[in-house]
Write a protein that binds this ligand. Structure first.
Ligand code: GLP
Length: 244
């Protein structure tokens, strides 16, 4: 696992954007595994800038997203489809019909089966972007006594509902169920980029970058099973965790 510490999160995102650019130059038809949340926003802004400047071309690329809230239509401003459209897809030259975000309105089992198919359609993602929850969750694979390999409907933990409530009018508006890629889909990507910012992610990142143990109580630790993971963290988080 490569750990790259940057002065600011914006710097981390610029470096991560270069990895996307290099991949797309090498393989214009690359399949991108994408993530939502506050963390990737500066990365998406940088990819949009690069695209406008002619530095990167998405016209032949495709994408699959990690997860979606159950119960939210794609037009809902907190759905992950809406997030992807407004924060990335509307600003780059990707063909939207080649982007996939799981359905938030189909029956959850059906939406999960569809997502599972899309993860592997034409091959697994060439590059998977991940954020991390303060409790170590990746996508919506929450800490538990057992994790799930395949895409599945997944309840959010109370702490994740608390964390995501900042995006909704009230806490009660946060969906309690999601559809998420499972651990196998995430680990199937050829390369993985993890982005994390700020000391709020200290415990989660500590589990990931320190020591060799893997635990279902911090799902991110399963990334230790993958041979090509790059973790980008800002200095504040690196100092909190004690890595240089
Ligand atoms: C969300 C998403 C994750 C994301 C995480 C962290 O619930 N399902 O994919 O990585 O929580 O979000 P943020 O980047 O806003 O801290």
């Amino acid at each position: 696992m490569k750990i790259i510490v940057s002065q600011t999160h914006e710097d981390s995102c610029k470096k991560a954007a270069v990895m996307f650019r290099e991949l797309l130059r090498e393989k214009p038809t690359a399949k991108l595994g994408l993530a939502t949340g506050g963390t990737p926003l500066p990365l998406y802004a940088e990819l949009a800038r690069m695209n406008k400047a002619g530095e990167v071309d998405f016209s032949r690329a495709c994408s699959v997203n990690l997860d979606e809230y159950c119960g939210l239509a794609p037009t809902h401003d907190q759905s992950y489809r809406y997030f992807m459209d407004t924060n990335l897809f509307n600003h780059i030259n990707i063909d939207k019909s080649h982007t996939f975000v799981a359905s938030g309105t189909k029956p959850p089992e059906e939406a999960a089966a569809e997502l599972e198919e899309k993860v592997y359609e034409g091959g697994a993602p060439d590059l998977q972007l991940l954020g991390i929850g303060a409790n170590g969750h990746i996508a919506f694979n929450e800490p538990a006594t057992a994790l799930v390999a395949e895409s599945h409907p997944a309840p959010l933990t109370e702490s994740t509902i608390d964390a995501n409530a900042r995006f909704f009018a009230t806490r009660a508006d946060v969906p309690s169920l999601s559809v998420t890629m499972g651990m196998k889909g995430i680990l199937s990507a050829a390369k993985i980029i993890m982005l994390a910012e700020g000391k709020g992610k200290k415990e989660a990142i500590e589990g990931l970058v320190k020591g060799g143990s893997i635990t279902t109580q911090n799902p991110s630790t399963f990334l230790k099973l993958h041979r090509d993971v790059t973790v980008f963290i800002d200095k504040e988080l690196a100092d909190a965790v004690g890595v240089k």
